[in-house]
Write a protein that binds this ligand. Structure first.
Ligand SMILES: [Ca+2]
Ligand SMILES: [Ca+2]
Length: 219
């Protein structure tokens, strides 16, 4: 890898002045490695959930649903989507293949849920990854307030094992109740809380330690 011409990402960059220092030139392989690691930890891609706020046309961007399976509801903001639909507590689902992920990076998906009937302890939705992520499914319970009267925002961390992840929300039978969803969004693109993230930080530390050790040897 040649410094100053292109980095590991193939992007041309000017040579920083400190790169001309004899010490830095001698141990450029360490510095370049450090730059590559730093670049990988800072890489972030915008992740777009199509119609994540459900303000577009009915079910635009989402698959798996249909008329009499889902309904537009009052939302957390604007309008939301009732996942279960007709009659109450029908385990219907919606899913969307979302692109733009970096493999082995972790992300946070956020979404809001509300109950239609609040006949029990609150309507429930299961979040699962049909493909593109090894992260386990999880069930979330909306506030037990009828008429979609109270929304709660949830967040869940997951790892991408593919550039495309198929995200599904499914109604879970929890008494006679239907769950509504709104404001699905995804952020992140680094691995801070998962094992890979720890390894990246450790590698960064090793890189800094290596340079410090080399500096001590020189002096
Ligand atoms: Ca909305
Ligand atoms: Ca219903």
């Amino acid at each position: 890898m040649r410094l100053g011409t292109s980095d590991a990402l193939g992007i041309s960059q000017p040579i920083p002045s400190f790169m001309q220092h004899p010490f830095v030139k001698r141990f450029s392989f360490l510095v370049s490695g450090l730059f590559a690691v730093a670049a990988s930890t800072m890489t972030s891609h915008a992740i777009t959930v199509v119609n994540g706020d459900f303000e577009s046309a009915f079910l635009a961007g989402w698959s798996g649903g249909g008329p009499d399976q889902q309904y537009i509801t009052p939302g957390q903001t604007g309008q939301g989507l009732e996942i279960g639909g007709l009659g109450g507590a029908i385990p219907n689902s919606i899913h969307q293949v979302i692109d733009g992920f970096t493999v082995n990076n972790c992300y946070t998906i956020s979404f809001a849920l509300a109950s239609q009937w609040a006949g029990g302890s609150g309507a429930q939705a299961e979040l699962s990854f049909l493909s593109g992520s090894p992260t386990a499914a999880s069930i979330f319970t909306a506030p037990a307030v009828a008429g979609f009267g109270q929304w709660m925002t949830f967040s869940y961390n997951f790892m991408a094992s593919s550039s495309s992840v198929d995200v599904q929300f499914k109604e879970i039978l929890n008494g006679f109740d239907d769950v509504a969803i709104d404001n699905v969004s995804i952020s992140g693109g680094s691995c801070c809380s998962l094992p890979d993230g720890g390894m990246t930080i450790a590698m960064l530390g090793l890189g800094l330690g290596g340079i410090a050790a080399a500096r001590r040897k020189l002096s």
